[in-house]
Write a protein that binds this ligand. Structure first.
Ligand code: PGA
Length: 353
């Protein structure tokens, strides 16, 4: 189990002063000792600037042991200069901060930051060796215009412009649909989030090739104890970026423990009965390399094969539980039924990754 890293983090926004932050991360790192050691967990907390110094000091040992990382909520890309009120990479480095979050929805939409600005910051953060967490996400209006995928791709392509493959090991992405964030947010369904994570991963692959597949993509936006378990088991979701539901250490501890338990039970049971169907489907679709895009709807798996000639449609129809297959332009839809489609899809994704 150790091989797959699972990410859990929180952005404290403009909440918790210095004292409260220190208390919170102390409690959280203590709780972390009780988390299932079979998992390789990446925990991070992103407090306000004024709490960074004491936060780093308070968990210095745990930072060294890799138990937690402390991050900043923003950063000016310049080392120094006439930028009143801004904080530079050198200042954050001096405090011992490991991570910098950039492009959070509130920075983009309240402070009106642009993709080009995020790009400058991303390049600076990577240059200075910070783990760089770039947040992206579409607004409700963009979602309603059905341009979410284009928006995400644009944010990635501009935001990561000029990033080299060598720097990718320090890059994380958080998908946070703007409409899902905060007290008035509506959480994305696990299916929707997973679908968008697949789009993000595909774009990262197009930008960086195979190494792009290793960039973790975290989901954020009204993650709570009810939806965390559904989200964390999705094949394209590598971790959870939690706001309000994480700001009490006891609650965050419970949410993480529960999510880890769910991953364990899902991997140990459930999924295996669908492995056979998923394996056969991949094989008869012409193998891993022939599957260009994979999504699903309520009852069907949807595949765009790279080369239709490599598919064996008759053999697909004969696979147990497959009720039929038909094509719409270049996309094939395999009818499985609402009871199993998601599980088979998840297992196909797992086998393809
Ligand atoms: P939320 O915040 O979980 O409170 O919606 C998420 C975020 O802004 O990162």
């Amino acid at each position: 189990m150790k091989e797959k890293k699972i990410y859990f983090g929180t952005n404290l926004k403009m909440y918790k002063g210095n004292r409260e932050t220190v208390k919170y991360i102390t409690e959280l790192t203590e709780a972390a000792t009780g988390w299932n050691s079979e998992f390789s967990i990446k925990l991070f907390v992103i407090p306000s600037y004024t709490a960074l110094k004491d936060a780093v000091e308070a968990v210095k040992v745990q930072i060294e042991q890799g138990i937690i990382a402390i991050g900043a909520q923003n950063m000016n890309p310049n080392d120094n200069g006439q930028y009143t009120g801004e904080i530079s990479p050198l200042m954050l480095k001096e405090l011992g901060v490991q991570l910098v979050m950039l492009g959070h929805s509130e920075r983009r939409h309240v402070m009106k930051e642009t993709d080009r600005e995020e790009n400058e910051k991303v390049l600076a953060a990577l240059k200075h060796g910070f783990t760089t967490l770039l947040c992206i996400g579409e607004t409700l209006e963009q979602k309603n215009y059905n341009i979410s995928d284009e928006v995400l791709r644009t944010q990635l392509k501009i935001g990561l412009h000029g990033v080299s493959a060598k720097q990718l090991s320090s890059l994380w992405i958080a998908y946070e649909p703007v409409w899902a964030i905060g007290t008035s947010g509506i959480p994305a369904t696990a299916e929707y989030a997973d679908e968008k994570h697949a789009v993000i991963k595909q774009c990262l692959f197009e930008l960086f090739g195979e190494v792009g597949k290793d960039i973790p993509v975290l989901y954020g936006g009204s993650v709570n104890p009810d939806n965390a378990n559904k989200l964390i088991v999705k094949p394209n979701i590598d971790g959870l970026f939690v706001g309000r539901s994480a700001w009490n250490a006891v609650d965050f501890d419970l949410l993480i423990k529960d999510a880890l338990k769910t991953i364990l039970t899902t991997t140990q049971s459930g999924i295996n009965e669908f492995t056979d169907i998923a394996t056969q489907l991949i094989d008869k679709l012409g193998g891993k390399g022939n599957i260009g895009a994979l999504t699903h709807c309520a009852t069907r798996i949807r595949v765009v094969p790279k080369n239709e000639g490599k598919m064996d449609k008759q053999a697909i129809e004969k696979i147990a539980n497959v009720k039929g297959i038909f094509s719409i332009t270049n996309q094939y839809q395999i009818i499985l039924g609402s009871d199993i489609v998601e599980k088979v899809y998840d297992e196909m994704q797992r086998l393809l990754n």
